[in-house]
Write a protein that binds this ligand. Structure first.
Ligand code: ATP
Ligand code: MG
Length: 451
């Protein structure tokens, strides 16, 4: 069955053609259809100039008007669908390493294709022919050998790879992302060109780099993506702190899998498609403090303080990549708390409940699970924590307090620095079930803190 997005794009192509313009499906959606994957969105490429498109469709928004890209909104079966419609164009010179200084609109579909990044992303599709014949290959316009590369599983730059990466450095990360996503190889000349230009990836904005990395981490093929980043020399540029995990030995009794890099790759391998971005970054960064704290102690290799150092390094990475405060807080919390599961069976009830109060605790649990499965494989502590968490309702984790500051004042205490200790003592007793009432709570405070 056709998606609404496809129906919307078909209607746009039909209308453009009825007005005498050339129009096709273009890029990623054609690739996905040929791979028998359902495209998330359909992009239309057309010979019609942006002003013509604006006139033709009542609800049109300019997003990249400068590049001839418009968004056309339409309602299909009561759902609002937005389709990107871009005028055929060729790109002028690139001077900032990311975007063309100017573009030239064109009447030629072929010209529009050769400015695209990879052959697998450079195909057009004629939806009318597809409708008439039902034959996907027949409806495909392929000026760049995209179908062969798709069949062979190859990510290949269109045209001169060196030149294409010199123009736009972001394409290097895109090559890795597509290769990882589809399980493709990067064609050798294309890969060599990436290696040549890897050092200049810094010309891409930090936000764009972050977004590409997040996509790589959450598309279900994070291990492959990071192996490719490593192979192409991009990892050293975008995340030197992760590159440093290579060769950092670990104590074999706890980490039979190998060094910290291997361990981290094994975690990445467990991230499923649609994984939460903060969990994914937490997994990537959880041991980032190990290289700096490596020590061959008399008994075994140790990483004393790796959590604290790791939190500092992770904070610097989050700052550099401009993560939001909220995302940063969660990523750092994951790094900061990942070793606490080691104590979980010995925790006092009150400590355990406070542990469960960590925001999005299931992400902490999941990171711990991946951490175990990527090393010794023992899930005893994970199972314990998971069961206890499941069996502890929200109101038991954070109950309404029996004793408050106001109660202390009413009981004759003067507000002061000791209040916090008194309240904590009462709350601990409550969380551990040692007190059931306010009176019992106040009696406990009086015993420990004479007025
Ligand atoms: P995804 O499934 O990740 O959205 P996509 O191929 O649709 O993949 P988009 O970023 O949506 O990727 O871009 C749509 C199309 O625009 C691509 O298929 C490609 O033809 C072209 N394109 C996108 N970014 C670039 C770029 N940096 N350089 C050249 N062409 C690009
Ligand atoms: Mg897309």
């Amino acid at each position: 069955m056709k998606s609404r997005a496809q129906l919307a794009a078909e209607a746009i192509v039909e209308k453009l053609r009825a007005e005498g313009h050339d129009a096709y499906f273009a890029g990623g959606c054609v690739r996905d259809m040929l791979l028998d994957r359902v495209p998330e969105d359909f992009d239309v490429a057309t010979s019609a100039r942006p002003d013509v498109v604006l006139d033709l469709f009542p609800r049109t928004f300019a997003v990249g008007a400068h590049f001839g890209v418009l968004l056309v909104a339409d309602e299909i079966d009561g759902e609002e669908i937005v389709t990107e419609v871009a005028t055929f164009r060729s790109d002028g010179a690139y001077s900032d390493g990311r975007r063309p200084d100017e573009v030239r609109f064109s009447d030629s579909a072929e010209e529009d294709v050769i400015r695209r990044d990879f052959t697998i992303n450079g195909m057009l599709l004629d939806p009318q022919i597809l409708k008439e014949t039902g034959n996907l290959p027949e409806a495909t316009l392929d000026f760049v050998g995209g179908r062969d590369d798709l069949a062979a599983g190859v990510v290949r730059a269109i045209g001169n790879a060196e030149k294409r990466f010199a123009e736009d450095k972001l394409r290097m990360l895109r090559a890795v992302r597509f290769a990882a996503r589809f399980g493709f190889v990067i064609e050798p000349v294309t890969e060599a060109a990436i290696r040549t230009h890897a050092e200049s990836i810094g010309q891409v904005s930090c936000e764009r780099i972050r977004d590409e990395l997040t996509r790589m981490l959450t598309e279900g093929h994070a291990r492959r993506a990071f192996e490719l980043l490593d192979q192409t020399g991009l990892l050293k540029q975008v995340l030197p702190e992760i590159d440093r995990l290579h060769g950092v030995e670990q104590p074999p009794q706890y980490h039979p899998e190998g060094d910290v890099w291997i361990h981290t790759l094994l975690l990445l391998e467990k991230l499923t498609e649609g994984a939460s971005p903060t969990l994914a970054w937490g997994a990537l960064l959880h041991d980032v403090g190990k290289p700096a704290t490596f020590e061959r102690a008399p008994d075994r290799i140790r990483f004393n303080g790796h959590v604290e150092v790791g939190v500092r390094i992770a904070a610097e990475i989050c700052r550099r990549l401009r993560f939001s405060n909220e995302e940063t807080a969660q990523i750092l919390a994951l790094v900061e708390n990942h070793m606490r599961f080691g104590d979980v069976e010995r925790m006092k009830e009150s400590t355990l409940k406070r542990f469960f109060r960590l925001s999005r605790f299931p992400e902490h649990l999941e990171l711990h699970r991946m951490d175990c499965l990527s090393s010794h494989g023992d899930l005893t502590l994970y199972d314990y924590a998971r069961q206890r968490f499941a069996a502890t309702p929200e109101e038991a984790v954070k109950p309404k307090l029996l004793v408050t500051g106001e109660d202390l004042i009413a009981a004759g205490y003067k507000p002061g620095p000791e209040f916090k200790q008194m309240l904590t003592a009462a709350e601990d007793a409550q969380l551990e079930g040692r007190i059931q009432t306010k009176a019992q709570g106040l009696a406990l405070v009086r015993r420990n803190f004479p007025v």
